[in-house]
Design a protein around this ligand. Structure first.
Ligand code: TYM
Length: 327
């Protein structure tokens, strides 16, 4: 069985983008693949974090995975920082990654512009991500478009490593959703909807109340043409709303266009809001149940035991190949 692996940083509250680009793909494929989903909490500290909030968000992430439909019977669910092999392998991969290729990462360029003091970890972050993936021989990595370059770096590192030290890593491939690979900010539809933005007006969080969701969608920035059709260049706001509707309704973009072509923007917004509200309220109800009991703690305990075993085997094999470790 092929293996699928992904993770969502607890660096902010999860958003509609996290759901559509990240979690939903894992839910869709969990029957088909040996699925791993984890919380990359070490990635979150590449930018400043409040310790109390961070710890809370780790638990919330897992509860949200479950509430969104990740089935613990079909997924291995775990916490990155509990498994020391991630950072150990990351160091070895850093020694097999070139400054040139790491410097090409566009997310680092964007994120480092927003920081006053840029941590070295923000630069090496994609290499830790490569370790997350290669440690478990993942075949497929479902991600939104913003993470594609990072998965490709993991791929390049795996190919180089295999060439240098004989085959040891599975070469991973990104899985990008056909619709919703980049959900845009509702206030600035030329920018990604990002959980770490400080202005939250354009972001739908998975735990937003019905009232807030409706307010944000009704206030979404559009254009003045008042004609509903998909054109990402000329009509990024309307195209984003059509994409959200399409992703959540499982209708094709052209079917959604057809459905709303005679309607004004107000009606489209209202119906997008209805759909987002019904989707998220159902998730929120389950989320409360998972937060209440010991489910999350137990799942992470089990996940740690299982992944430690797999990771140790891979890590020991890597040490052996490169001439490190026990003599
Ligand atoms: P992160 O936490 O930024 O995002 C989690 C997942 O959600 C997707 N996503 C989006 N998709 C569509 N539209 C959006 N607006 C949107 N916002 C986020 C992301 O593409 C991603 O799939 N580095 C990773 C976490 C990570 C990881 C890994 C992922 C660490 N190690 C190993 C996969 C495999 C990250 O920061 O994703």
């Amino acid at each position: 069985m092929k293996r699928l692996l992904t993770g969502l940083q607890p660096s902010g509250e999860l958003t509609l983008g996290s759901l559509i680009g990240g979690i939903r793909q894992s839910v869709a494929f969990q029957e088909e693949y040996d699925s791993f989903i984890f919380v990359p909490d070490l990635h979150a500290i590449t930018v400043p974090q409040d310790p109390t909030l961070l710890r809370e968000r780790i638990k919330k992430n897992v509860a949200l995975y479950l509430a969104c439909g990740i089935d613990p019977a079909k997924n291995t669910i775990y916490l990155q920082s509990q498994n020391l092999y991630h950072t150990n392998l990351s160091w070895i991969l850093e020694c097999n990654t070139y400054m040139g290729e790491a410097s090409r990462m566009t997310q680092f360029k964007d994120k480092s512009k927003k920081q006053q003091n840029v941590a070295v970890g923000l630069f090496t972050y994609p290499i830790l991500m490569a370790a997350d993936i290669l440690l478990y021989d993942a075949d497929f990595v479902p991600v939104g478009i913003d993470q594609k370059q990072h998965v490709e770096l993991a791929r390049d590192i795996a190919i180089r490593f295999n060439h240098k030290y004989e085959d040891i890593f599975t070469v991973p491939a990104p899985l990008i959703p056909e619709i919703g690979a980049k959900i845009m900010n509702l206030q600035d539809p030329t920018r990604k909807m990002s959980k770490s933005d400080t202005d939250t007006k354009g972001i739908i969080f998975l735990l937003d109340s019905e009232e807030v969701i409706r307010k944000k969608i009704m206030a979404a920035v559009t254009d003045s043409e008042n004609k509903v059709y998909y054109d990402i260049e000329k009509k990024p706001g309307i195209s984003n709303l059509l994409t959200i509707y399409s992703a959540l309704s499982h209708m094709k973009i052209n079917e959604v266009e057809e459905k709303y072509k005679e309607y004004n923007y107000g009606t489209l917004k209202k119906e997008v809001a209805d759909l987002v509200v019904s989707t998220l309220l159902a998730i929120q109800k389950k989320y409360q149940e998972f937060m209440a009991g010991k489910v999350v703690e137990n799942i992470l305990k089990e996940g740690l035991l299982k992944t430690n075993k797999i990771a140790k085997e891979k890590y020991d094999a890597v040490l052996e190949k490169i001439g490190l470790g026990r003599v």
